[in-house]
Design a protein around this ligand. Structure first.
Ligand code: COA
Length: 438
């Protein structure tokens, strides 16, 4: 049978496709922009067909109905990273969270430590050879397709075709649900004076020819906005957003001095607006690779002049970095933060810089401020990046260099870049903590 006949035999409605889910299955969703929403909606709408379903994924931009208490009779959310629509299920007790480095996920799937029965993906329509493209997310999607008993695909003609390890043959997919719709868009964060100051401080650590990794959140775009006058920058990053397109258009990026994959922007998922998706479509400069290549510290350590920029929730006087919890509440995940910071620590050229960039305070809805520099991390919070890996910390007030510094030097530097309203109190806490003058 040729692939066109096979494809036609697999086209069905989302309601038909989810009948391939069986009681007891673990359903893994492609994540972020790649989440196949029609299939996810159908899975929840047809919950009377099955029992005891575990749903796992990284980032979700979706409604997360399977993680709501009213659906907990059938579904149990078990996240590998968590997002606003699903995170309450963990605190409510019916959902859960698996601490995991992003780069390890494909390997854990191969070894069945993370289980996959059904993989739900979003793909382009097949090309002339019968290959669909996963477009916006290769990360754990490619391995999950190989491992799953059943692969359900939403086929969307608005998914970009991105070169790299991103092709799936029609033979590998069990059900094709045609559903053309614009991909979700994550608009660039508004860059105010604080973000601009952080961006400028980070930019002072970046020079022509450096290779950049950019984390998730508001700060990366603020940093990119300050790099328009740089030359020969490279990008090797877990994700990219619109800021990379803007910087490329200013002529600052050519990936010519990365040390590996020269001439290519290497990335494992895309999350931005249509501008980003259109720019990546059939762009020979952009290569989508699986996360166990892109984020693996053994890959990262080969990049030349690497600068990693990630964010955090809180940092204590010793340099312990909390990036995924507010106290006991899990708000996101490790993601690729430690993958890149470990890779930077192992950097073969010895030039890598790992930056944690953050505003000095969080402003709550009632206008009150919470210092991100604290003597002790909140009770119950997980340390994402250890004090041994902590390197540069940047706020709008300056730069702290922690690697190589002793405990008191670390605390002094961090207090000096904390918000001025908190510095006197932090200095008193320093004296109590270290039994020493500030
Ligand atoms: N105390 C209490 N609440 C805090 C806080 C603190 N010290 N710091 C942040 N928060 C709250 C914010 O108020 C906000 O609450 P809201 O959602 O109710 O508005 C929430 O935490 C998120 O903070 P925000 O600063 O808006 O987050 P962000 O979008 O810039 O993302 C991280 C920052 C740290 C959460 C994000 O970068 C992350 O998840 N990092 C871990 C994974 C990672 O680094 N991956 C990198 C490779 S992609």
């Amino acid at each position: 049978m040729d692939w066109k006949t096979k494809y036609a035999s697999k086209v069905m409605s989302a309601d038909e496709a989810v009948k391939l889910i069986q009681t007891g299955d673990t359903v893994v969703l492609a994540h972020a922009v790649a989440e196949p929403v029609a299939l996810v909606d159908a899975m929840v709408a047809n919950k009377n067909l099955y029992k005891d379903i575990t749903v796992s994924h990284m980032v979700t931009l979706g409604k997360g109905e399977y993680a709501k208490p009213e659906n907990s009779d059938v579904f149990r959310y078990e996240g590998w990273f968590t997002s606003p629509s699903v995170r309450n299920s963990i605190a409510e007790g019916h959902g859960d969270f698996v601490p995991v480095f992003f780069h390890e996920i494909p390997s854990l799937i191969r070894r069945d430590m993370l289980h996959v029965d059904v993989m739900m993906v979003t793909v382009t329509p097949p090309d002339e050879h019968g290959y669909c493209n996963v477009g916006v997310s290769s990360d754990y999607t490619m391995q999950s397709i190989k491992t799953a008993r059943v692969v359900l695909a939403e086929v969307n003609d608005q998914v970009p075709t991105v070169f790299g390890n991103a092709y799936v043959h029609v033979d590998e997919i069990d059900a094709m649900v045609e559903f053309n719709r614009p991909l979700p868009e994550v608009k660039p964060a508004v860059i105010g004076p604080i973000e601009e100051a952080i961006g400028k401080n980070c930019a002072s650590l970046i020079k022509d020819g450096d290779t950049l990794q950019l984390g998730i959140g508001a700060i990366p775009d603020a940093v990119l906005a300050q790099l328009g006058d740089k030359k020969n920058l490279g990008i090797h990053s877990e994700m990219i957003a619109d800021g990379v397109v803007d910087l490329f258009e200013k002529g600052a990026i050519d990936c010519s001095q990365k040390g590996i994959d020269e001439g290519k922007i290497v990335v494992t998922f895309l999350m931005g607006t249509k501008k980003l998706y259109d720019w990546c479509d059939k762009n020979p400069m952009v290569e989508l690779r699986e996360v166990d290549y892109v984020n693996h510290p053994m890959t990262v350590c080969n990049l030349k002049n690497l600068v990693c920029i990630n964010a955090c929730v809180q940092i204590d006087f010793m340099g312990q970095i909390v990036s995924e919890c507010i106290g006991t509440k899990q708000i996101s995940g490790v993601g690729g933060q430690v993958d890149f910071i470990r890779g930077a620590s192992m950097s073969k050229d010895g030039n890598a810089k790992a930056i944690i960039a953050m505003p000095s305070v969080t402003v709550k809805k009632d206008g009150s401020m919470i210092s991100k520099v604290v003597p002790f991390i909140d009770h119950g919070a997980a340390v994402t990046t250890s004090r041994c890996d902590a390197d540069y910390v940047v706020t709008e007030y300056g730069i702290a260099k922690l690697k190589g510094a002793n405990l008191k030097e670390r605390a002094r530097q961090l207090i000096n870049i904390a918000h001025p309203d908190f510095r006197e109190e932090l200095k008193e806490q320093f004296k109590a903590r270290f039994n020493a003058e500030f």
